[in-house]
Design a protein around this ligand. Sequence first.
Ligand code: S3P
Length: 445
Amino acid sequence: MEALTAHPTDALSGSLRVPGDKSISHRALMIAGLAVGESKIDGLLEGEDVLRTAAAMRALGSEIERGADGQWHARGRGPGGLVEPSAVLDLGNSGTGARLLMGLLASHPLTAVMTGDESLRARPMARAAEPLERMGARVIARDGGYMPLTVVGSADPLPIHYELPVPSAQVKSAVLLAGLNAPGTTTVVERAPTRDHTERMLSHFGARIGIAAAADGRRSISLAGQPELGARHIQVPADPSSAAFAAVAALILPGSRLRLEGVGVNPLRTGLYASLEEMGAGIVFENRREQSGEPVADLLVESAELQGIEVAADRAPSMIDEYPILAMAAACARGRTVMRGLGELRVKESDRLAALARGLAACGVQVEEGPDSLTVDGRGARPPGGATVAAQLDHRIAMAFLVLGLAAERPVTVDDAGPIATSYPGFQAQMSGLGARFAARRGGA
Ligand code: S3P
């Protein structure tokens, strides 16, 4: 364990490109690793989560290499071409890697054992197993649906019509990826739209995807099974969920001015930026463009006086990973921020609702945790800080509290900064380059 302390910092300035989008990187490796021919991937996130997915795809027979220039190359054998792995697939900390891979495995005639770290082994896998079993796979998990688990894939997978009981892009993606090797049309219906990177990337690789939006907000996504997936070039945008940490730090540190380059601005991911604007931020989106089927822009962020807001439950799917950092913005804002519809935060890398409430209270911030809501009272000034917060194997909890430490009166220590490398290797170096003050201490807090 390596503890990391964030010290009160005056202002951040400069420009940076945060690492590649985690969600898109997983999908790039899985879909390119299935497609016939050599795909090239630029800007892949080289974080631990994604490297686990690369290793798993190799174990399933895909050829995946990193070139000396940092470009990744992937070569597959088409849907149906994965081979049985000869060892356990260890997805580390990654729920996305685990659940999406379960989908791929489910429609191949093979048996694979999957596991992960202590955090992943406590996360619900039944939500992905349930539709995959309807498609003909068998998933044998620990009591309660936890990893380690075994997927016995089907030799004759069935296409299904599946209504998502939880708003989860991972479950939607698992079903669509399984549908790649099923005959006929696989359809997933979601009550509220979740990130659509799988749909976009499958279309980019030549699959036929149909999307129908109903007046009540439901979306139905259909995939024509057994498509020919050809090699493609993918440019992975910078991750908006990683950019969020520098963006909020710049907003809450007076005198800051930042430029964040090439950030993914898929509208199903930008709920945080909408919330920050409601709080009084004036974030400028410049050079809007498209890369490999995903919208991208450069973001200009300047410090601002933030006000508390009400964040309605229907915003949760578009900013589900950003509540930790929004809570830090709320702690520095003037007035009350209420965030609702946060039940899913309890089953992320940690119980994020509990972790946020506990950590904020330790930092002297007025906070109230509800069953699926969080209320934070900011005083429009630096919060007290001066605490050590447990990261609980959760990268976003660690980074969020380090950002709070930059803006607090007294330093904030995170007991274990190791998990940050799952999604944002270089966080400390990049933030320090902008002026953030950190000090590392070996051996834990
Ligand atoms: C992700 C979907 C979300 C998100 C996770 C990445 C994805 O999870 O929290 O970090 O890449 O599909 P859920 O599907 O559980 O909402």
